[in-house]
Design a protein around this ligand. Sequence first.
Ligand SMILES: Nc1ncnc2c1ncn2[C@@H]1O[C@H](COP(=O)(O)OP(=O)(O)OP(=O)(O)O)[C@@H](O)[C@H]1O
Ligand SMILES: [Mg+2]
Length: 305
Amino acid sequence: MSIIEKALNKAREEGQKLDKFADSHIESEKSNDSYSNHLNQSKATLNPGLSSNNELPPEKEVAEINWSHLAELGFLAPCDSNTQTIEEYRNIKRPIVNNAFGKGSIGINRANLILVTSSLPGEGKTFTAINLALSIANERDRQVLLIDADVARPSVSRVLGIKSGPGLVDYLDGQEISFSDVILSTNMPGFRVVPAGKLHKHSTELLSSNKMALLAEELSTRYSDRMIIFDSPPLLAATQGDILAKLVGQVVLVVEAERTMQSMVMESVEKLASCDVVLAVFNKANRTSDTDYYRYGYGYGQYAH
Ligand SMILES: Nc1ncnc2c1ncn2[C@@H]1O[C@H](COP(=O)(O)OP(=O)(O)OP(=O)(O)O)[C@@H](O)[C@H]1O
Ligand SMILES: [Mg+2]
């Protein structure tokens, strides 16, 4: 049995044990969220654009996401009635939410910061990041901020059909622009997006900058009750993925079924050695039965380092 398979079995057992707790926790949190208080900016904050209280910034404009188009592409849109997809992402998010806000969070630093990555391009990082974010926001479990940190090859804005800037790069590169300026509210309550922003020849340096580290710290402390999901570049094709992995508490490693070699997965896992939690999602797995054809499946691996 491979390490991934062992991890899958272990995580399934853990997931079953945690189900009850996670569900009751989510339920109890629903009533506690509010975006009604606006920014009380403080010059003393590490990042002047972030609020000094625990609220995300005020809504300025609402990005309209075309849900039916998203559903046609196989994404988890609110209008989607694909109960299998809904159920799969419910299962994917459960341990992540529990690690971030439930009993599982004990001992995990920055547990509300989630990086979605993979070994190679095209394995389904953006697909997974968006669906995970929508799944969490759609059921009104949590407020979710999806950040497109694949700054060299961004695609979150394109897929969602919303504007692509200003975004993370503009915030990291600029002096005048605050983080609140790059957060887009959407037509799904609780779901906000930070686009990647402009292409920048020093994007790697920007992601490894002190300003990015401070931003991650702020997001984990001031927004500890929010889920922050980063879409990232592939680990084995770019260095930005490694850099980002050091900033978050949980990593979702997307593995494309029947394509990504085990040696590549293990190489990626080694690169993630400093992360408290690494969960594997098997994507695009074909599962056939006499009557059904499923486009993808998933699984989990959780590694304690
Ligand atoms: N489970 C899935 N079901 C259906 N389509 C999928 C699934 N996963 C990924 N796709 C599709 O496969 C393509 C590649 O996925 P995606 O863009 O999410 O990969 P990526 O890892 O983010 O790629 P890149 O490294 O280029 O950023 C997209 O067209 C996406 O919609
Ligand atoms: Mg992508």
